[in-house]
Design a protein. Structure first.
Length: 153
C-alpha cells in the first residue's frame, strides 16, 4: 500500500517511513492536491480532517482518530495490518528508498568523525542523499515499532 498523509499527520508519516512504508507528506498542501495525487498514484489518504470523509467519490481514505502518533500507528495496525505494508527501508525525511553504502569511504565527508570511526555499516537515501547509521536511537525505534506492529523488524 502507498499513502499520502494530510498536513495534520507529519509525525505519523515519519514513523510509517521508519517501517519502510511509502508515505508522501507535504506540510503545506491543499486538500484538492492531496486528492489529485492520491488518484494519480493510487495512494490511500490518511487524514484527521473530517472534511475528507464528506467528499463524494473519495474511496481510499482512512480517518485517524487519535492525536498521539503511537495510537495512530495502533489504529492503522488494527485497520490494515501494518506488517503487510512493510517494504524497503525509507528515509523518514523525504520518503526516498535507502540503499546500503558499499564502501565506507564514500560517506566520509557526510558524517561526523566519531561516527565514521565507530561505525562500519551505513545507508544512504536515494533521493535526498542523507546518510544513516545504526546508532542507539535506531534500536529504540526498532523496539517501539516492534511493540506497535506486534512483530520484530
Amino acid at each position: 500500500m502507498k499513502f499520502i498523509a494530510d498536513a495534520m499527520l507529519g509525525r505519523l508519516a515519519k514513523w510509517l517511513r521508519f517501517l519502510g512504508i511509502d508515505v508522501l507528506y507535504y506540510s503545506d498542501i491543499e486538500d484538492r492536491q492531496i486528492i489529485r495525487i492520491a488518484k494519480e498514484q493510487g495512494r490511500t489518504i490518511l487524514t484527521r480532517d473530517t472534511g475528507f470523509l464528506r467528499r463524494k467519490g473519495l474511496k481510499d481514505c482512512i480517518f485517524i482518530k487519535s492525536d498521539n502518533v503511537f495510537e495512530q500507528l495502533s489504529e492503522l495496525r488494527e485497520r490494515i495490518g501494518l506488517d503487510k505494508c512493510i517494504q524497503d527501508r525509507r528515509c523518514p525525511i523525504c520518503n526516498g528508498v535507502f540503499f546500503i553504502v558499499s564502501a565506507k569511504e564514500e560517506i566520509r565527508e557526510f558524517v561526523p568523525d566519531h561516527v565514521y570511526r565507530n561505525h562500519n555499516s551505513f545507508m544512504k537515501c536515494s533521493d535526498c542523499c542523507k546518510v544513516y547509521w545504526e546508532g542507539t536511537h535506531h534500536q529504540r525505534i526498532r523496539e517501539k515499532m516492534s511493540d506497535i506492529i506486534g512483530r520484530n523488524n
